[in-house]
Design a binder for this molecule. Sequence first.
Ligand code: ATP
Ligand code: MG
Length: 732
Amino acid sequence: MPVGEEFFNRKRKELGVSLNDVQKRAVLNIEGPLLLLASPGSGKTTTLIMKIGYLIEEVGLEPARIKAVTFSNASANDMKERYQRFFPTLPPVEFSTIHSLAFQVVREYFYKKQIQYHIIEGSDPSRFNKKLLLRDLFKAVNHKSITDEQLEELLTYISLIKNKLVPQDKWSTISCDVPNALQIFQKYERFKRSGTDQLLVDYDDMLTIANQAFGKDHAILAKYQQKYDYLLTDESQDTSFVQHAIIEKLVQKHQNLCVVADDDQSIYSWRAAEPQYLLNFQKVYPDAQILMMEQNYRSSQDIVSVANTFIKQNKNRYNKNMFTENPTHTPITLKTLADYQYQSNYLIDQISKEENLREIAVLYRNNASSILLLDALDKAHIPFYMKDANNRFFSHWIVEDILNFMRLSYDVKRVDIFERIYSKFHLYLKKSHIQQLKRPSHESVFDRLLKSTDLQEWQKEKVKAYQSRYHQMQKKTPFQVILMIREEFGYEKVMKKMSEKLGFKMDYLLEVLNTLEEIAKSTQSMVEFANRLDHLASLLKTSKYNKQQNAITLSTFHSAKGLEFAKVYMIDLIKGVIPTQSEEDQLEEGKSEEMEEAVRLFYVGMTRAKTHLELLSYSKRFGKKVSPSKFVRDVKRIISPEEFQKSHPTKTAIPKNKARQQKNGNADQTNAIKDPAKFLVGLKIKHRIFGIGEITYRTDDTMKIRFEKYSKTLSVDTCLEHGLIEAVDSIS
Ligand code: ATP
Ligand code: MG
């Protein structure tokens, strides 16, 4: 009997899992480096777990001498669960993130060197909290407060530099839109080291310090090298450079390493994932075996064939051909609802019919998508599990403002509340006015302002107007109150000013206010509205404990990586959300990296579904017209090209481009090619931005054009839509 066959037979009987030939080879290949590069649902994680079982049951390795790492804590837990399901009688194996492995090393290294340290992650409001520290430094450098978006961007920038191990003299080559980011980063680094009694350390430092420790302290390196006989890494397409460096050092001696990855599912390049490393794997490990797996066991024929065509629009990838022997089931459903509001109702309608909620997932790009859904699910008593819930919405300053406007109506004498929002009334009050109001009195803040001697007549007129609206407020529903605050109080103007002054994204601010309005619609009093918000916030917090229950999963595309569900609903698939405007703009400028990452993200979402996949978009959102995502159109075209052609007749150039056209000194685009069939290899063309070139390669969706100095791959759709290309002969 061939090696391992007894093990495989036993597992087939015990677990009903019968590995295919490549999977078996991956399990049996236990000496030296192995790269398993494979499509979604091809059994990468399954193979990895089987391999661990094989190493223990057949090769006789001690479980504690095997280390398996993956991208996130949640994924590490998923792997642990799968291992326990497959091998319930075996002792535990260490599943963790590389971060937690690095932390072990750092702890030991600091202990040895007697270095005191303090971790500055988390939300401990002490002075040494990473976010607070960066907020302070931003203010010190830029003399204004940092916005949440800027803070996110700054954190990503710092992570990127650390994870890519960018040397200090090259920091300036990494760009960041946050003003003076480099200076802030330099100060941040200095500050962390400036304490006399302890070193401040963030999560990224743990990786760089562990890597350094391995480089400098040979005893520690040797200890960890001897600790493990075998190392396995899952989801390795999202491993960063410094993480690869740590792993390399760990396995230097025996090189017993199994790396499992799918470059098409690399979705963290903004956080320094290094999928390119996989392409160099054989350079790093010359003895490496590389195995490919393309058969998908997870999804129906319908899903696999569409997803496989969809991902091929990306050019920067290992060319794989995902296929399946699974039967067809249900065609992918594409739904464009008339209005955003119908999306939650539709989902509730669908999900209410289901019994096994654990097999259902609703996936979205941004966490903000979950708030109204949360409201609707709660009303319909449908339990849900949310992996990466955060409180960003409920703690937003707009939510606080609206609640404070409302609170004041219950007691118009409350100066403490008025003080929190006075700058949002268009009264131009000074701090001194508020100080005056703080003197004891039984009158309302408005009456007292009206008596104030240093308010001008026009200010008093406004005070009277606000006062009369506050009289009416108690009789109104919360929805009407928000409308009043928004329009009659001029709150939307306040938001606009704040966005201009402080750099908030106005679109997001409007989203927050619109969402509040929606939640308010079903409440009758302001107290009920405030309680509802409280209730939803706590529901959000506790939803992460619902994992073991019969609950649906709500998740971002990012956090759904590695998971599978019978039914998947991908929601909010509209232009601007996926792809984002910036991803589209980058592509138009000829930079395709961001768009390719968005394509991969969409692909990760689609490939989570086993039998039923629905893509939801809509034509209107909060009264504004919106268009379905380009990716939904791509899928539509893949599923039924003829129908797509009928509903999307060949496009002509649109007016939006007039401005750019004029900027480029070419006011007439009537000669632009409007028929995609004319983009033939060999055709000499003139591109409105890049100039004269020749088409050298063509697929359904893209074409490669050689210009004078470089070649570019351009989207056929974009070129048609914007009338970017003329045949050279037609240029006079
Ligand atoms: P992802 O890329 O999404 O992480 P993956 O490659 O890790 O996917 P798995 O999650 O291991 O794939 O497997 C996907 C599904 O296919 C699972 O339900 C698993 O049980 C099943 N599967 C894997 N290999 C086989 C096989 N040889 N025969 C039958 N089913 C299999
Ligand atoms: Mg997996």
